[in-house]
Ligand binder design. Structure first.
Ligand code: NAD
Length: 403
């Protein structure tokens, strides 16, 4: 079939196998080049003896999870297991980008002598936790690092079977702000109604720390965490402009729960000398972030400002800094007052935020976006679905089942 780009309400319905492979290869190449040749002085050389050799990434097929897998493998030679939720391809239907990314990554990592495999299914379920535990036992023995990088619209409670849906809404009162859609350069006004109390609780159920705790309890009970093992989950704070819909909204409540879970998990991990952290990462275009109202407009302005200051990063660069400037150095692990790791430090620089705020004030409803980089945001969105690479023939008739 000829695979074309189809995007509906900021959700891409298709993915291109050759393009996803290209995306993964580019990320691997950047990591290898940086680790071996130290091209960019802001990204330190890995401290080899500190690095985890066996890594489980829950949500490791796209976005921050995929980058975690790539950085672990291509700076520390880690064997990795990914758990993610994917649609497999059929003769006339493309797979999810995560499926193509995973195939591309695993083919390459295995060729390069590392173990790399996946469990596809619902990470919230007990069955998938059990299957993952079996795989760890068989293939790795134990793991030294567990990355928790799920972003999901729903969760079935493994005990009651009840389904909870996460929503991206303000709390208490409606929020009206300017917004843009990907692929449509016109600024619009968007009003989002506040969540009900039940929606707040449901979002915490899906995106809070409960499932992270279940995973770690489960792995600990099965003796699958090595001495000194660490676990890291990802969070976001962002600027004041997006507080009503993000940090002070439903998802912010879930992130607070996730962050509080880290200290509870560190207590549990004390028995094996391990630690749990939340890392606050930068706003970046991923399948999850593209659907958060108002955030694409913020990202378009942020990208432009950070690119002008030469401090824009992609997911892989963020995770490289997380590993090699934060988690695995000979120094003490640096955290903020709440015990969180911060790799959103460049995004949150006062000079960056002031400039984004200034540009935000220039935007007018019904007008094209001013002084932003919507094209850059769009290009990255295309790339993470395997589109927009100039040397790939998107008119070619290909089998979507082959990567
Ligand atoms: P993403 O959509 O790119 O990745 C989500 C991953 O979760 C995918 O691998 C997907 O397959 C997997 N997944 C979803 N539901 C699943 C399920 N039921 N079972 C198994 N796997 C499932 O998202 P992302 O933006 O990389 O988000 C990952 C984490 O990073 C989230 O916690 C998010 O809040 C956080 N984060 C994102 C940003 C950002 O701007 N993108 C910034 C800071 C923190």
């Amino acid at each position: 079939m000829i695979i074309t780009k189809k995007v509906m309400r900021n959700v891409s319905l298709t993915a291109h196998p050759a393009g996803c492979k290209r995306y993964v290869q580019q990320q691997i190449a950047w990591v290898k080049n940086q680790a071996q040749n130290g091209v960019d002085a802001r990204y330190p050389k890995p401290t080899a003896e500190m690095l985890p050799r066996r890594v489980l990434v829950i949500g490791g097929s796209t976005g921050y999870g995929l980058s975690s897998r790539i950085v672990a493998a291509y700076t520390g030679g880690a064997d990795t297991i990914n758990v993610s939720f994917e649609r497999e391809p059929a003769e006339k239907k493309t797979a999810t980008p995560g499926w193509y990314n995973t195939m591309a990554f695993e083919q390459q990592a295995q060729k390069d002598g590392m173990k790399a495999s996946s469990v596809f299914g619902d990470a919230f379920s007990t069955a998938i936790k059990e299957e993952t535990a079996r795989k760890i036992k068989e293939e790795l023995g134990q793991v030294d690092l567990v990355i928790y990088s799920l972003a999901s619209p729903l969760r079935n409670d493994p005990v009651t079977g009840e389904t909870y849906r996460s929503v991206l809404k303000p709390i208490g009162k409606p929020f009206t702000a300017l917004s843009v859609d990907l692929g449509d350069d016109v600024v619009k006004q968007a009003t989002i109604d506040p969540a009900t109390d039940e929606q707040v609780q449901d979002t915490i159920k899906v995106m809070g720390g409960e499932d992270w705790m279940l995973w770690i309890d489960f792995l600990l009970a099965q003796n699958l965490l090595a001495t000194g093992a660490m676990t890291v989950a990802y969070s976001y704070i962002g600027p004041r402009i997006t507080y009503p819909v993000y940090r002070e909204g439903t998802i912010g409540k879930a992130k607070e729960h996730l962050e509080n879970s880290a200290s509870a998990l560190t207590n549990k991990l004390e028995a094996i000398g391990g630690k749990a952290f939340v890392s606050v990462n930068k706003a970046l275009v991923t399948r999850a972030s593209a659907v958060i109202p108002v955030v694409p407009l913020y990202m378009a302005l942020l990208y432009q400002v950070m690119k002008e200051k030469h401090i824009h990063e992609h997911c892989t660069q963020q995770i490289y800094r997380l590993f090699h400037s934060r988690l695995y150095t000979k120094d003490e692990i640096p955290t903020d007052q709440e015990g969180r790791l911060r790799v959103d430090d460049w995004e949150m620089l006062e000079e960056v935020q002031k400039e984004v705020e200034r540009r935000w004030a220039l935007q007018k409803e019904g007008q094209p976006l001013l002084q932003g980089d919507l094209d850059g945001v769009m290009e990255e969105y295309e790339h993470i679905h395997g589109f927009g690479f100039p040397d790939i023939d998107y008119q070619a008739d290909i089998d979507p089942r082959i990567v």
